[in-house]
Write a protein that binds this ligand. Sequence first.
Ligand code: ADP
Length: 195
Amino acid sequence: MFNVVIFGPPGSGKGTQSLKIKEKYGLIHLSTGDVLRDEIKSGSELGKEISRRIDDGNFVPDEMIQEMVIKFILSNKDGQGFILDGFPRTTSQAEWLDNRLAEINQELTLFLSLEVSEEELKQRILSRGKFSGREDDRNEEIIETRIRNYHKKTKPVIEFYKQQLKFTEVNGIGTKDEIFSKVCNVLDNVKVQTV
Ligand code: ADP
């Protein structure tokens, strides 16, 4: 199994790189943000509740996200492995993930973090907001809230995986293909060691 988390602040390019990784390495991909946005689009009551939280730049409750993640992991547990994008976003989600994986005799192989400067992040998100239709991409105040939440709640996840020696960092500045080639270098190296 080759189980990867792609990590980084909002706008760091996790989604873009995940799709390329999925294609090249035959992994299955879960973007928690995409699933939440699909639920919003469906117009359901749950979607409305999700929308109230994420449109302001806040997180949805752990239980809601964890239910989505465990369904995904269990329904694909006999595949080649997965790539998680948007999860774990807090250390409690990271601990939960470790425990659930251990229950099915699996573990995370690699935690890959994309590094991008704050100024660049804001510019990227604002320009994405012009055509993405994402409410949370349009307003500078909401973007600030997301970046603040990232520093306060999400960044500590890095320490959690550093302690497990699973943390690797890739510079997320450059063209999509340039970044992908650095990502592939890391993945290929780890793959050789785990096969
Ligand atoms: P970004 O990384 O650009 O913020 P995502 O698509 O990953 O975008 O997430 C969009 C929003 O979905 C987040 O701001 C958050 O409100 C919610 N979300 C996604 N994943 C999680 C998670 N693991 N825990 C809590 N909320 C989440």
